[in-house]
Write a protein that binds this ligand. Structure first.
Ligand code: NAI
Length: 266
């Protein structure tokens, strides 16, 4: 039966009460901020990350502040058995799997495309693309009553940037994956959506910028040069992901929302 969301109050539409979510790469950065907002909206959450102890610590912190059940688990998105295990864990612990956020991603320094090694390109694509594909597939198999899959794309999924070709390729692929899976999963009542952040101040980005900082570049100033005059924070992305995960966005699928304080605009 198709639900009539127009009869629900705003607070009902915003609520994820009784729903279960998995956030990949949820130990820190955008993933941790997303887990925090999903829990605040009422979801129980599995925080799944390559770094198991960081995932466990983040889970304890969010459980304490939200009062929800938050589990930290080890996940390697490049290993399908590991992805299936986390999806099963969510169903075993919470009785369902309703929201899956494909957030885990890597953005190692690349350099000129002409120098990129096959091994390097493979590692980027297997994490950012195949990892998201496998996450969406394993989640969809377990979303018997429908659900939402959110993919982390990037503004580089729409516009190229020099020196990061493999990353640009991977994020264009995530945009395509979002549209393609939305087409296939729509009839299963599973929405597939994406978010494309501009530069966001996260531990991963700080690691990347360390050499530039060491060379004297005022990185904080550079990142704050957006149309809104400030740098993006992880929660700027998490709030949009939370919106897309709720019934507020019940008629949104196959779309990637750009969240970049206008950087693609001009
Ligand atoms: P981050 O590097 O701060 O955090 C990423 C998390 O993913 C870490 O906890 C890491 O342990 C985990 N992870 C890495 N490989 C994994 C694997 N194979 N399996 C499971 N977990 C793994 O990253 P950040 O900045 O929070 O980015 C999150 C996502 O947002 C990524 O997909 C990134 O490409 C995307 N994004 C980030 C932007 C930014 O400026 N921070 C801009 C556009 C997109």
């Amino acid at each position: 039966m198709i639900e009539d969301h127009s009869r629900k109050s705003l607070s009902e539409l915003w609520s994820l009460d009784g729903r279960a979510a998995v956030v990949t790469g949820g130990a820190r950065g955008i993933g941790a901020a997303t887990a925090r907002r999903l829990a605040e909206a009422g979801a129980n959450v599995v925080i799944a990350d390559l770094d198991q102890s960081a995932a466990a610590n983040t889970a304890v912190e969010i459980a304490g502040s939200s009062g929800r059940t938050i589990i930290g688990a080890r996940l390697d998105v490049t290993d399908t058995a590991s992805v299936s295990h986390v999806a099963d864990l969510c169903v075993e612990q919470f009785g369902s799997l309703d929201v899956w956020v494909n957030n885990a991603g890597i953005f190692p320094t690349t350099g000129p495309a002409i120098d990129a090694a096959d091994k390097f390109i493979d590692r980027l694509l297997e994490t950012n693309v195949r990892g998201s594909y496998a996450g969406a597939r394993e989640a969809a198999k377990r979303m018997s009553k429908g659900g939402v899959i959110v993919n982390l794309a990037s503004t580089t999924g729409f516009r190229a940037a020099p020196g990061i070709s493999a990353y640009v390729v991977s994020k264009h692929a995530v945009v395509g994956l979002t549209k393609s899976l939305a087409l296939e999963f729509g009839p299963l009542d599973i929405r597939v959506v994406g978010v494309a952040p501009g530069p966001i101040d996260t531990p991963g980005v700080q690691d990347q910028l360390a050499p530039l900082k060491a060379a004297g570049l005022d990185v904080a100033k550079r990142m704050s040069q957006t149309l809104l005059g400030r740098a993006g924070q992880a929660d700027d992305i998490a709030r949009v992901i939370a919106f897309l995960a709720t019934d507020m966005a019940a008629w949104v699928t196959g779309e990637v929302v750009v969240v970049d304080a206008g950087s693609l605009a001009g």
